[in-house]
Design a protein around this ligand. Structure first.
Ligand code: NDP
Length: 448
């Protein structure tokens, strides 16, 4: 009972101190509630104030990002970097450029990232950043000017051994390229390992582009095989059509599944013959277009306005890969009614707490984001290793390391769930396994 009391006390303090930060508070509740048995077994963590410290970011940087648009008008966005926890290594986590970005979202992502990074088994701490800038509809020159202004402040706070950002929503190879170019100019240093997700010509790693989507499918494949199932001949629905969704779709297809739907923030497409991914890559990666343009190439497919209805499509496996808050309780009820077997999260926190509870109670296998989508950051850490050794590994080598990491994350999460009394609860196991390594490192390093 000591664990329950401690967790309740901390949740109530966090609620008061971070009033109104809904996403951050949800992430805190999801993680802390599953740690209760850990504190029952390890009261020494309570004495050392581990939770009090772990819920508070080590440092938060908020800054003004002024830039000039193509009409010569001054625009101002807000920049964020939250350096959450460095107990096991330099802060590491993506940058998100999306109009919805605010303090709560960046803090929730940084908090989650701490445990995700710990789960990879690699020496990386947790951080996250971004801006409320929307790259959609902007010219390349506007995006470049924004990225340069963003980096003109961010460079003061990052470094090879302190903080290594990467991409996330709205930040892909183009944005990373502009930010790296400007960092190099103002620092006069070829610190390639200061950003990951770089282009292959200047220190990027093979497989980084595919890593989150492939990793999600490797993790889910292991979860399926552990339950005598596989991707073969399964019908899959994937939300989003960005970096994570596209490469999850590619790997699921390779394993014999049929992906029948993808979405963007305007709506979703359904193709009963299976989505043609070459067309999607042309629309999204080359043209930067909208998902409904798929119908220009495949007139028999269907397009529906609004992205939430995608979960009404009957499928065996759902991979939410767009953003937070995609699957609520009502969507979960529909998925269950339609016989869903697995929900595995490519996006961060796409399933809300009520929906997770319902899915788990109904016996649906659930792959939580911090475990299932850790492939991106794991591959980023492999990119950092290649940068510091000035070597490049081939595709097969990086891919096989990625697969091993994803399988190990599944096994470690499963074992932790078993050890702490909830066999099969991979969400709880992932939280516990991720937490214990960070807590042990913090215990060894004193009160800092
Ligand atoms: P992208 O920007 O490449 O793609 C995001 C996709 O999600 C787009 O299809 C976008 O549609 C859609 N989307 C974004 N915001 C919303 C919204 N509010 N409502 C509906 N749809 C939305 O991002 P990524 O693929 O990189 O990231 C997707 C998710 O995966 C995020 O949660 C991210 O944090 C997570 N993630 C990403 C990693 C990575 O390596 N990239 C690593 C780990 C997690 P539209 O184009 O219309 O905006």
């Amino acid at each position: 009972m000591i664990g329950r009391k401690y967790v309740d006390e901390i949740i109530s303090k966090v609620e008061k101190r971070n009033f109104g930060e809904e996403e951050f508070l949800n992430a805190i509740k999801e993680v802390l509630n599953s740690l209760v048995p850990v504190f029952n077994k390890h009261p020494e963590y309570i004495e050392e104030g581990i939770l009090e410290r772990i819920v508070e970011p080590e440092r938060q940087i908020f800054f003004r990002v002024p830039w000039i648009d193509d009409n010569g008008k001054v625009q101002v966005n807000r920049g964020f970097r939250v350096q959450f926890n460095s107990a096991i290594g330099p802060y590491k986590g993506g940058l998100r450029f999306h109009p919805s970005v605010n303090q709560s979202i960046i803090k929730f992502l940084g908090f989650e990232q701490t445990f995700k990074n710990s789960l990879t088994g690699l020496p990386i701490g947790g951080g996250k950043g971004g801006s409320d800038f929307d790259p959609k509809g902007k010219s390349d020159r506007e995006v470049m000017r924004f990225c340069q202004s963003f980096m003109a402040e961010l460079y003061k706070h990052i470094g090879l051994d302190t903080d290594v950002p990467a991409g996330d929503i709205g930040v892909g190879a183009r944005e990373i390229g502009y930010m790296y170019g400007y960092y190099k100019k103002i620092k006069n240093a070829n610190d390639q390992g200061v950003l990951t997700g770089k282009g292959l010509a200047y220190g990027g790693s093979l497989v980084r582009k595919e890593a989150t989507g492939y990793g999600l499918v490797y993790f889910t494949e292991k979860m399926l095989s552990d339950n005598n199932l596989s991707f073969k001949d399964k019908t899959v629905v994937i939300s989003g059509s960005g970096n994570v969704a596209i490469y999850a779709c590619e790997k699921a297809n390779e394993l014999g599944a049929k992906v029948v739907a993808l979405s963007d923030s305007n709506g979703y497409i359904y193709d009963e013959n299976g989505i043609n991914l070459d067309i999607i890559k042309q629309i999204k990666e080359v043209n930067r277009g909208r998902i409904k343009e798929y119908l220009d190439y495949v007139p028999n497919a269907k397009y529906t306005e609004g992205f939430r209805g995608i979960w009404e499509i009957k499928c065996d496996i759902a991979l939410p890969c767009a953003t937070q808050g995609e699957i609520n309780k009502e969507a979960a009820e529909i998925l269950i009614k339609n016989g869903i077997k697995v929900v595995s999260e490519g996006a961060n926190m796409p399933t809300d707490l009520d929906a997770i509870e319902l899915l788990q109670k109904s016996g649906v296998m659930f792959g939580p984001a911090k475990a299932a989508n850790a492939g991106g950051v794991a591959c980023s850490a492999l990119e950092m290793s290649q940068n510091s050794s000035r070597l490049s590994w081939d595709f097969e080598e990086v891919d096989s390391k990625l697969k091993d990491i994803m399988v190990n994350i599944y096994i470690n999460s499963k074992n932790a769930a078993q050890e702490y009394g909830e066999p099969g609860n991979i969400l709880m196991g992932a939280n516990i396994a991720g937490f214990i390594k960070v807590a042990e490192a913090m215990m060894s390093q004193g009160i800092v």
